[in-house]
Design a protein around this ligand. Structure first.
Ligand code: 9YT
Length: 132
């Protein structure tokens, strides 16, 4: 059994801040934990817009606080996000994520993140061969 608190993660290598300062991701479960997916709590900061395109991963996101929207760039559809909204990028949809307030998001990735992934210019995470 793995039992962890947010306080255990803050300030460690599992506490990853985007280079563009749009978000911070606290990575509770990573590939090395061996459960087959990764689990993060991400805060998307108010006033930010982030381009994301997970070509190599499926991500499911459950919002537990704050307000924003996701624009599916494959269709142009904009979906509001608030506490209680879930979205799953089942088609690797390229999207814009906009936060009107700080949004707390619980994020699951398959395949699991390995450690320190940050978005590249396209908003993609590489498929890592080795754990960080
Ligand atoms: C919701 C989302 O995709 N935010 C970007 C960060 C990502 N969830 C992560 O690495 O935790």
């Amino acid at each position: 059994m793995i039992v962890t608190t947010l306080g255990d993660i803050i300030g460690t290598e599992r506490d990853v801040r985007a280079e563009n300062n749009n978000w911070v991701s606290r990575r509770f479960l990573l590939r090395r934990d061996g459960v087959g997916f990764s689990l993060n709590e991400t805060t998307i900061f108010a006033g930010t817009e982030t381009l994301i395109w997970y070509k190599n991963h499926i991500e499911a996101v459950y919002c537990v606080g704050g307000r924003g929207e996701i624009e599916d760039l494959t269709t142009g559809t904009v979906h509001p996000i608030a506490d209680g909204t879930m979205y799953a990028l089942t088609g690797h949809e390229k999207h814009h994520l906009r936060a009107f307030e700080d949004m707390r998001m619980i994020c699951v990735f398959n395949p699991p993140l390995t450690g320190a992934e940050d978005h590249d210019a396209e908003g993609t995470y590489p498929l890592m061969e080795e754990d960080d």
